[in-house]
Ligand binder design. Structure first.
Ligand SMILES: [Zn+2]
Length: 337
């Protein structure tokens, strides 16, 4: 099959990648849409890997020996899936925290990804996509799952004042999720052409240079992933308030040598963390989650994702699009398979 692969140095189409087969408990998926990461490519730093972690696709076949009922249940169905591969055996998996599996691997980073004509995934990762959710909406399931998870981790209660830092897809999803939870939300970003989308959803927004630093926000969600973002968050949050760190871009950048993320942090000054102590701030990390709840929210029409697609490319053009995406000008770039 054809697959877009990163060998640690460059991204290219491999016209003769290994045809995937479904191991026990797995299914082979034919992707319909694949979402590209916004900044940097989370490619493996060591082994060559097929890229891609966000997809909606059709379940084509199941593992050998799968029961007839299971085949009937899944074959030809549209599905999304968690990009996290877990072992099911370690203390974290057995303790109900499979998301923190000790042997966790991630599609497109440390496991073969979905940016290929076919790929295999454990069936326990799959979530069926109902007819009410289009392919373009469903491709956001993993990203929206992460935003929903962040809201769960921070426990949004009452009517808190929430500031979301950043103007990428994650920030715009987190802002929408928090508004649905009755929070008073504003977005602070640096690229007005992106964050003015907030007007469509009735969410306040400003340039982060214009924000007062008054220690008055109950919750700050930092989706910038930069030391500067955390510094700003510490200046915005109230004493005993909470900061949620998302920070997808730099994490990707660190793991990847295929493309550079914008806003490189090397020149940033060492971060002064003393406000965390002085103001007794709770600092929380939030990564990703199962996309099941995201699909339910999309089916209910609660979250508006379609305006976040700013570019569409054909599969053959994906390597160039990945390089271009690292410029940070696009929101979600979707590959039409
Ligand atoms: Zn495990």
């Amino acid at each position: 099959v054809r697959a877009i692969r990163c060998d640690g140095a460059k991204i290219a189409m491999d016209p003769r990648a290994e045809t995937p087969t479904a191991a026990l408990g797995e299914a082979v998926i034919r992707p319909l849409r694949v979402g590209l990461p916004e900044a940097g490519t989370p490619g493996s730093s060591r082994e060559p890997v097929t890229l891609g972690s966000e997809f909606v696709g059709v379940v084509e076949s199941l593992f050998e020996g799968a029961e007839k009922d299971l085949r009937k249940r899944w074959e030809s169905k549209r599905a999304v899936g968690s990009p996290e591969l877990v072992c099911g055996k370690c203390d974290m998996c057995k303790g109900g925290l499979p998301n923190h599996c000790r042997a966790r691997r991630t599609l497109g980073v440390t496991a073969q990804g979905c940016l290929a004509e076919r790929f295999a995934l454990p069936m326990r990762n799959l979530v069926e996509v109902p007819g009410a959710v289009s392919d373009d909406q469903a491709v956001f399931a993993a990203a929206l799952g992460g935003a929903l998870h962040a809201a769960t981790i921070v426990r949004v209660e009452g009517k808190p004042y929430v500031t979301v830092l950043g103007d990428g897809v994650d920030a715009l999803l987190c802002a929408q999720v928090m508004v649905k939870l009755n929070a008073s939300v504003r977005v602070l970003g640096s690229r007005p052409e992106k964050f003015t989308l907030c007007e469509k959803w009735g969410i306040k927004h400003r340039h982060n240079a214009e924000a007062g630093r008054r220690h008055d926000q109950d919750i700050v969600v930092d989706c910038t992933g930069t030391p500067g973002g955390l510094a700003l968050a510490m200046a915005l949050v109230r004493p005993r308030g909470k900061i949620v760190l998302r920070g997808v871009p730099p994490v990707s950048a660190q793991r990847n040598r295929c493309s550079e993320a914008p806003g490189a942090t090397a020149a940033d000054k060492p971060l002064d963390l003393s406000p965390l102590i002085e103001n007794e701030i709770e600092l929380l990390g939030a990564r990703s989650a199962n996309p099941a709840e995201a699909i339910a929210r999309l089916a209910a029409g609660e979250i508006d994702v379609l305006p976040l697609i700013t570019r569409r490319v054909k599969f053959a053009d994906a390597p160039g699009a990945i390089a271009a995406a690292s410029q940070g000008e696009q929101l979600k770039v979707v590959v039409e398979m």
